[in-house]
Design a protein. Sequence first.
Length: 277
Amino acid sequence: YQAKRHKLVTRTFEPWMGQAVAEQLHIAKRLAIALANRSLYLHFQPQVDMRTGELIGAEALCRWWDEELGEVSPGQFIPLAEERGMIVALGTCVIDEACRQLGDWQCQGLVLKGQLAINIAADQFDDNDLVSTLLTSCRLNGVAPEALSVEITESGIMTHPEDAIATTEILRSHGMGLSIDDFGTGYSSLAYLKRFSADKIKIDISFIRDMLTSDNDRTIVATIIAMANTLGLQTIAEGIECKAQSEALLAMGCTQAQGYYYDRPLTAEQFAQRWLM
Ligand code: C2E
Ligand code: MG
Ligand code: MG
Ligand code: MG
């Protein structure tokens, strides 16, 4: 036991670990610079009605291309921003950029059907300034709050459920949408779910990915859709990659989707060209 224990202790000091920490630190520094320069940007992925293929909204997804590091994926830099206390600043940039783009499209006479969804991390959902950040950005860019929707994960809501309930009510009172992202992967209780003023549930990609081959996943998807119907919530499936998935979902009563089968996240120009004209 002692030997094993000793081995474990020495392992903590292996050089690659120091390197990994140093690398994370370096990426965090580059991210801080990117935030200061406002060089993060957004891609836009359409959300469609699977029955008609028509646009019903879009999701804004943050992108970062760094001179030194190249393209860094949000799967890497979002958790890093959360760990290093940069997520509120990042989220504020995203809100501002989303509103600026919506205002820009409006000026060009382009209308986005439905709402533009913005991802909000747990720490920002807990931040007292969130509502005023959103409303101020809307006002400055001439965008109606009703043009926005907020995506928050279950864990984002469950850190301080009572505060989160209050925040969701304020957002909804201004006409903003509220979707629960990655639904099914967290641990939110049904009792709370009923009290959140959400209007939509996003079925997590992991269940969609395997629903055609796994009875379990198909049952989970069907259960989520049935539960959402009971609670009066809409459902949208994320990560639709083929026709068979859309057909299965339609048969279960889910009509909204987002995924490569319809289109990838696009630059603002591409999105406007393909979906707004
Ligand atoms: P998410 O909010 O669940 O976003 C959906 C992710 O699924 C996006 O990944 C999107 O590109 C990807 N996706 C869409 N359709 C398909 C498909 O058919 N197949 C597959 N395999 N993937 C698909 P992305 O852009 O890499 O973002 C990853 C996550 O990073 C997001 O997951 C979200 O949690 C986070 N994120 C992205 N932008 C922001 C942001 O502005 N703020 C915050 N707080 N988080 C963000
Ligand atoms: Mg999302
Ligand atoms: Mg999601
Ligand atoms: Mg996801």
